[in-house]
Design a protein around this ligand. Sequence first.
Ligand SMILES: [Zn+2]
Ligand SMILES: [Zn+2]
Length: 670
Amino acid sequence: MGELGVLAIVAILCSRGHSVPTNSKTPLSITFPGEIQSSMTNAELAERYLLQFGYMTQEQGSNVTLKNALTLMQQKLGLTRTGVLDTETLEAMRRPRCGFPDIGKFNTFDGDLKWDHNDITYRILSYSPDLDPEVIDDAFARAFKVWSDVTPLTFTRIYSGEPDINILFGPEDHGDPYPFDGKDGLLAHAYPPGPGVQGDAHFDEDEFWTLGTGTVVKTRFGNAEGALCHFPFIFDGQSYSSCTTSGRSDGLPWCSTTPSYDQDKKYGFCPSELLYTYGGNSEGQPCVFPFIFDGVSYNGCTKEGRQDGYRWCSTTADYDQDQKYGFCPNRDTAVIGGNSQGEPCVFPFTFQGKRFNSCTTDGRDDRKLWCATTSSYDQDRKWGFCPDQGYSLFLVAAHEFGHALGLEHSEVQDALMYPMYSYVKDFQLHEDDVRGIQYLYGTGSRPNPNPPKSTKKPLATKSPRRTTTRPVRPVDPAQDACKVEKFDAIADLQGALHFFKDGLYWTLTPRSKNAPQNPQRISDTWPGLPSRIDTAFQDPTSKSIFFFSGLKFWQYTATSALGPRSIEKLGLNKDVESIMGSFARDNGKALLFNGERYWRLNLKTLTIDNGYPRQTAADYPGVPGDSHDVFLYQGNYYFCQDQYFWRVTSRKQQDMVGYVSYDLLHCPQN
Ligand SMILES: [Zn+2]
Ligand SMILES: [Zn+2]
């Protein structure tokens, strides 16, 4: 907290002093809650930038090296080489850019120079609520085509298994050692070719993702076959610049896909949680309001129960019972960042006693437009930035995929691989990029130069479907958890005990008094998992769920599935053939058990800590040496052997031996 904090306090005091601040000529600057404050001095900003992008190392730091680092940066980015922190350099440091370093590489991984095969696979693990999934799919496909057009490389999308290039959207902390930084600044990053995280591309969810020129609203249903909204449009003689519910009684927002609805009568429905959800486990079904979650009733999408800030809803009236959910698509007026990401602006709203009917820059020094997401900012302090031009997902992805193929940053300002973002309307790959990629992979056998192509590719349009047609495969209700002699795995996930056996699972909440009925299919909830699970746990911090089966493990977040990956990658001894028990604790660590030995896993780095394995018997005295189904439940550790469990308290005292069926599952005793 530096000058900004003080200024903010002064501003608030001033605003109290003048109780009617309307019409004040000098706008007041306030501190908006939830905003990442940039209270760095120019020197601090420069030092962080030079370190972050590889121009300087931590050990250096004298004025001589600072001058050298600045000169190097100015040369690399095509600026005037002055060796001092001048205005041009500072402005460059504030521009949105790629997170890949300009000098050297990400320091925890050694990537390969290039892929050793030309048939590259990619998988989209998660989507952004900013754009329709079809628009995102299309942007990624076009971004890959930029590179396949000039090389022998081919790109094939896969939907399961481990691809070469995993693609995901994530907030600041998204599971690797390189966090993003909120709106603007870092936009995305990608790792050079290689196994595991190598070759993967990550996009900052706090950006507003568009095609570069503002909100893209793709319609569904209606009669326009999925065309984009046309803003502004005329309806009933009135002009609209965002989706509207006018003329409808069902509350569904819609737009015209031509300049005049009155004339052309072409329309479609806009993104709305009342129409569909994406991701989750509900196949796109719309939200059901109100719904019950954790005993509380919700009348709109919520971020409760999640740490990644994604808005979700239940697709049945009772989430606690049915566990069916999906993510809410953003309305076209949804705000970006602030403390209400994804919520729509509410007009009019009051701010410092004044009414606003549109987005405003009042209260901000940076002149960025913002709005409140409730009718009174003064009362609720809920706000976010208004949709702006946004960043072209296609352009940023094409750049990141260049890294995923082995390219580094270019010094040529017009090249795609230049580290700073700038929007170009009719994109063409620069000669510098072509030279770079063909140096790695050659030109291929296709005719070169390429014949001119139409630059506008129409978006894929699917015939609208209102309901899912996925066949329902009922599970035999006679499958009785009480008849299972030995479960494959037992785990406390999402607040309920899960009992896994042969592709099915039963759940039991702490409030349940009776044995669970109606098993569910593992593959319905977690597509991609094998039917036999050895053990599972949920990380209480990230809420990720980890599953182990044989030599493989999987990681599921609410929006993505990673895996299968080999347990050897965690650094387990080579002779380990499976993990039979596990639990995670609040300290970012999980314990993995395999009979007599156990390991401690760092959940942030996914590596085994030094000093492991240790002997289970030494640290958990009295439990069977061949325990399976080790899990943590309500503060106690459970070690199972066949139909029995041994319970160990948090102070490592054994306080109970019981039956899984009677004492845990509440099965009737015959
Ligand atoms: Zn880059
Ligand atoms: Zn990342």
